[in-house]
Design a protein around this ligand. Structure first.
Ligand code: 3HC
Length: 678
């Protein structure tokens, strides 16, 4: 085998040339890989003894796409199009041998091979839409020529890959190889040479598109309509659809021109920059600063959960779903039964939707041990307390756990605000105590704030992060401060939202401005959903806030159909005149002069203080990096991913200086980091 360069080798097995890409971790199409492929195909073109070519990758995957870290930088090395041309116009058959994930530019390269074979576990897809992009190397023109326009439009707008078996059925893959992939691909190449099969060029065959522009127009119209809500705010899905339409309506070369121009528009836009930032930010968040390399996470094979309410039950489901047994504890049989029944019902609903079988429901429930005895947690590797927010109760529980839990067990609290260090101090092993703050519904929401106490050991912190990953969460490390990263910033927003409705904005105006920005719901819709009476009691209510007054008037939010909005049976909402009157009366009583408030002011007053709070969190070292804050807000609070998170937005869209100046005008204390840069 001869090295073309550091990442591409060219070898031979008899008269079959074997091009191997070896560029860890995911064989992305960096300049070096493109140069290597270019060199390899040039060498092959000059070698008359070669009868066929196999393109294969070393390591864990076939080419997983263009190298995203090169985007936005000056172009270097051979162009991807040149490499693709060289493959497609090769004089001998080229076979792509796919394992792992052939994604984006990787699949687009494979689509320029004349044949594709795959390992049975391989996945093939065009996920560019998730980066705010579209497949820019012919994918939008070639994929529909194999799988049809209807399937292609679904694949490029969802980014969801196709499993090898489905790819075989769709004709995207010509053969599935059992056993060694390279050997299987070589055997396949020999077979097609022996049979004299043609050099199939995907671009030349439009017979499988599924119709022409006129006959497929209703399909495109229906697809747009059905997905309008899902695509709202995003630029990339529509651009992807346009390209598939072009594949149907235009000759290949003209379709490629449409793809090129749409790709360049997206690539130069802020949305893709934001989504690419999020891609790397998500992976960065998993890294713990200063973690010594020799610290290995502990093994967690069994979990105990205290509290079978909404949070405890949701948390339990995460573990049951991935095969980890859970013992769940409640203080009363009735609450325990109710909690277990909710878990079962959730699983059964998923099974009814076809997500898994009824046997799987039973298997998951079979891993759950309900109990009233805290002592039953004595063997658990990880115990997560998920009772209501009360420091006295939490301290009491942790004090008891200290004498029950086995040595080395991790003691975690799901608190969303309280001081982990104070909780840890109620044990003799604060090094084993950590915060694991899940977001509701805990079986669905991807965010997990892992709260690093002053005495939490590195190993315990690393374990909490590893556990989060194992159950499909995105863990973000937070320091100990009131509300941690997410709720602390939410508090800054809510404070302004509450002021705005007294100064003249209506709750529905505030909600509309934030949903127009891209949040799934505004602060007052969120309050109604959570329940206005959280932490409120009739006995102690002093009527000192709008919230107190709303609760005193019997407005509890969605749960009783009355809150900032009135809700009908189908949960349609209309602004509540009762709530509005309460707000007006309260403002009058406080002597607040109401005025017209512009949408711009609402947005600035809700978001700028949040960014400022984020910057303070960085000033205090409560978050490891600005991008972690973005990940918290995108995954925990519905910040629109195409705006990259609050810190990205401040830096690249709204402008830090503008925000700092506005905050100063508002008379707020501005974080030094906001002025200096994150
Ligand atoms: N470019 C650059 N770096 C990439 C990359 C890419 N396309 N894909 C992954 N990486 C990096 C990650 O940042 C990570 O780096 P780190 O270790 O320094 O944090 C490392 O590779 C490993 O990635 P993961 O942690 O994500 O590894 P997994 O095994 O969990 O997942 C994967 C592997 C499924 C390939 C996943 O990385 C992935 O989905 N990658 C992106 C695929 C993609 O979007 N491809 C399309 C790119 S755009 C394109 O091709 C445009 C074209 O149309 C012209």
């Amino acid at each position: 085998m001869a090295a073309i360069n550091a990442v591409v080798d060219l070898g031979k097995d008899g008269d079959i040339a074997i091009v191997t890409v070896n560029s860890p971790p995911v064989n992305a199409l960096s300049a070096d890989v493109r140069d290597g492929l270019d060199g390899a195909f040039k060498a092959i073109a000059g070698d008359a003894s070669v009868k066929a070519v196999v393109l294969v990758c070393a390591g864990r995957t076939f080419i997983a796409g263009a190298d995203i870290s090169e985007f936005g930088k000056a172009p270097r090395g051979a162009s991807l199009h040149a490499v693709q041309d060289a493959m497609e116009s090769a004089a001998v058959p080229v076979v792509a041998a796919i394992h792992g994930t052939a994604l984006g530019g990787g699949l687009e390269v494979a689509l320029c091979a004349h044949y594709r074979v795959a390992d049975a576990r391989a996945k093939l897809g065009l996920p560019e839409v998730k980066l705010g992009l579209l497949p820019g190397a012919g994918g939008t023109q070639r994929l529909p020529r194999i799988v049809g326009a209807a399937k292609a439009v679904e694949m490029v707008t969802s980014g969801t890959p196709m499993a090898a078996k489905a790819a075989l059925a769709a004709g995207l893959v010509d053969e599935i190889v059992d056993g060694d992939l390279t050997a299987g691909a070589i055997a396949f190449a020999r077979k097609i040479v022996a049979e004299g099969r043609p050099l199939k060029k995907v671009r030349d065959d439009s017979s499988r598109l599924g119709g022409d522009a006129a006959s497929l127009a209703p399909m495109f119209a229906e697809f747009r309509k059905a997905n309008a809500k899902k695509f709202a705010g995003f630029e990339a899905p529509e651009a992807n659809i346009k390209c598939i339409e072009a594949a149907v309506a235009l000759p290949f070369e003209d379709g490629i021109k449409v793809e090129r121009s749409e790709f360049m528009k997206l690539m130069g836009g802020l949305q893709s920059a934001a989504q690419r930032h999020v891609f790397f930010a998500e992976r960065q968040a998993a890294k713990i600063d200063g973690l010594p390399v020799d610290v290995q996470p502990l093994l967690v094979k069994s979990v105990g959960i205290i509290g079978a309410g909404t949070m405890g039950g949701g948390i339990a489901m995460n573990f049951l779903s991935v095969g980890i047994p859970v013992t769940i504890v409640e203080t009363k049989q009735e609450a325990l039964d109710r909690g277990v029944a909710v878990i079962r019902r959730n699983y059964e609903n998923s099974a009814k939707k076809g997500r898994f079988s009824m046997e799987e429901v039973e298997a998951r429930m079979g891993r759950l041990t309900p109990t009233l005895a805290l002592e039953d947690l004595k063997d658990a590797d990880l115990i997560i307390e998920a009772v209501f927010e009360n420091m006295v109760v939490k301290k009491e529980i942790f004090g008891k756990l200290d004498s029950i839990a086995k040595p080395g067990a991790i003691l975690a609290s799901n608190t969303s605000y309280l001081n982990i260090d104070e909780i840890a101090a109620s044990t003799t092993r604060p090094e084993s105590v950590v915060g694991m703050h899940f977001f509701s519904p805990a079986n669905v929401m991807r965010l997990l704030e892992v709260v690093n106490g002053a005495k939490t050991s590195k190993q315990v912190l690393a374990t909490a992060m590893a556990v989060g990953k194992a159950i499909g969460k995105i863990g973000v490390v937070s320091g100990v401060c009131h509300g941690f990263i997410g709720n602390r910033m939410l508090g800054a927003r809510q404070e302004q939202a509450n002021k705005l409705i007294l100064e003249g904005a209506r709750p529905a105006d505030v909600d509309r401005v934030l949903t127009d920005f891209g949040f799934p719901m505004g602060p007052f819709q969120m309050s109604d959903l959570a329940g206005l009476d959280i932490g409120w009691s009739a006995e102690t209510s002093k009527g000192v806030s709008v919230r107190d007054r709303l609760c005193e008037a019997g407005l509890r939010g969605q749960k009783n159909g009355k809150g900032f909005y009135d809700y009908d049976e189908a949960r349609n909402r209309t602004p509540s005149p009762v709530a509005e009157q309460i707000i007006l009366d309260y403002a009058a009583e406080k002597g607040i002069n109401r005025r017209d408030i512009s949408d711009e002011e609402i947005l600035e007053r809700c978001l700028y203080p949040m960014v400022n709070e984020g910057a303070k969190i960085l000033d205090e070292g409560m978050a490891q990096r600005a991008s972690d804050i973005d990940i918290v807000w995108i995954n925990g609070y519905g910040w629109p991913v195409y705006r990259g998170g609050p810190m990205f937005w401040a830096e690249h869209d709204a402008g830090r200086d503008k925000i700092a100046a506005a905050l100063e005008r508002m008379g707020m204390d501005v974080s030094p980091r906001l002025k200096a840069g994150f």
